[in-house]
Design a protein around this ligand. Structure first.
Ligand code: GLA
Length: 380
């Protein structure tokens, strides 16, 4: 199976950790449809860690936690599919998952068969509790081969956090996406650090195997987390808008991590911005690159990407705390002064046309802020 654009959906982990059950998942599936998120493109409903019993059954099969998921996973899959959505689950390449539930080590084929039987469409596969005797790539090849032979199309989401230079071997495993960095937290420091770490990994991103910068924290507001776990001061709405813009521009999967039943109008407006999503899901999936012109400080980041119809996306990201004036032209993007076209640039969050000064963008962006542009070349 080949997937052409980064997956979009929702995952239980960021907000709910081990406090998950079938009611939450069903209600969330309902809300994904009612709130318009499904129509915006979000389709995978993914149950992360902490869904199983602590012991496999007498046949060595994983068993869903009978208290959390009394109807079983097949019934949940049926429900999610009935809503026009897809069903994702989680396991781990080690003997245990990161939270201490049974992992798939040496059970890869039987687990892939179980997931296929439950009509799972997506598997996130973690990197905890694996033996030191094998390198990471061997664990992922095992599950990759098991999934490719389980009789069902299942998206394989490798989650080895970029360890062991994952980018160099992950495409040998059949993975469709791979976590390129450690876990995100609902803080500006975390968003900024993941963005900075992504720079050297961008060339590895591409069709069929996408760099996964981790789940979105948009909509989590100040409320992270459960039981004092991963407490942070949270983010402002501006932080979240910039975070979402970066994930769209860099072509990361868009997996929502908030409680969407309670998301604010502001969070919903960010998550459903059609123009931003169109950049993320662009069919050409050309590589994003950094402009070096007038580059200034490392944390004043201007990125570009040519889109399928010949337009360009341009992301201007101010990762610093104070405001910064960005000045740059389009020469480096291949748009020459003698191209014979008019240039039209629209900022997609405001819908406003950017006034070009001598063929350059000259704009002040507040600290933590961003501008996300779509540039069109118009026949004169
Ligand atoms: C790891 C992963 C997270 C989440 C947890 C679950 O930390 O990177 O995304 O799946 O495990 O335990």
């Amino acid at each position: 199976m080949i997937i052409k654009t980064p997956p979009m959906g929702w995952n239980t982990w960021n907000t709910f950790g081990d406090k998950i059950d079938e009611k939450l998942v069903r209600e969330t599936a309902d809300f994904i449809v009612e709130s318009g998120l499904r129509d915006a493109g979000y389709e995978y409903v993914v149950i992360d860690d902490c869904w199983s019993e602590l012991k496999r059954d007498e046949n060595g099969r994983l068993v869903a936690d009978k208290n959390k998921f009394p109807s079983g996973m097949k019934a949940l899959a049926d429900y999610i599919h009935s809503k026009g959505l897809k069903f994702g689950m989680y396991s781990c390449c080690g003997a245990l998952t990161c939270a201490g539930f049974p992992g798939s080590y040496d059970h890869e084929y039987i687990d892939a068969a179980t997931f296929a039987e439950w009509e799972v469409d997506y598997l996130k596969y973690d990197f905890c509790y694996h033996t030191g005797t094998l390198e990471g790539k061997f664990f992922y090849r095992r599950m990759g081969a098991a999934l490719a032979n389980c009789g069902r199309d299942i998206v394989f989401s490798a989650c080895s956090w970029g360890m062991e230079e994952t980018q160099e071997w992950v495409k040998t495993t059949g993975a469709h996406l791979w976590r390129s960095t450690h876990d995100i937290q609902n803080s500006w420091a975390s968003i900024k650090s993941i963005t900075q770490q992504q720079a050297r990994l961008i060339p590895y991103n591409g069709h069929g195997c996408f760099n996964d910068m981790d789940m979105l924290v948009v909509g989590m507001d100040g409320k992270s987390f459960i039981d004092g776990f991963w407490q942070t001061n949270g983010c402002t709405e501006l932080d979240h808008k910039t975070h979402f813009s970066i994930w769209c521009m860099f072509g990361s999967p868009l997996m929502i991590g908030c409680d969407i039943r309670k998301m604010s109008d502001g969070a919903k407006a960010i998550l459903t911005n059609k123009e931003a999503i169109a950049i993320n899901q662009d069919g050409a999936y050309n590589q994003v690159y950094r402009l070096t012109l007038d580059r200034g400080p490392e944390d004043a980041l201007v990125c570009a990407r040519m889109l399928e119809n010949g337009d360009f996306a341009i992301g201007v990201f101010n990762l610093m705390d104070g405001e910064y004036r960005f000045v740059f032209g389009f020469d480096e993007m291949g748009i020459t002064t003698h191209c014979g076209k008019d240039i039209e640039v629209t900022e997609i969050w405001t819908g406003e046309r950017e006034e070009l000064v001598s063929g350059t963008i000259n704009t002040v962006v507040e600290g933590h802020g961003c501008k996300l542009y779509r540039l069109k070349l118009i026949q004169k």
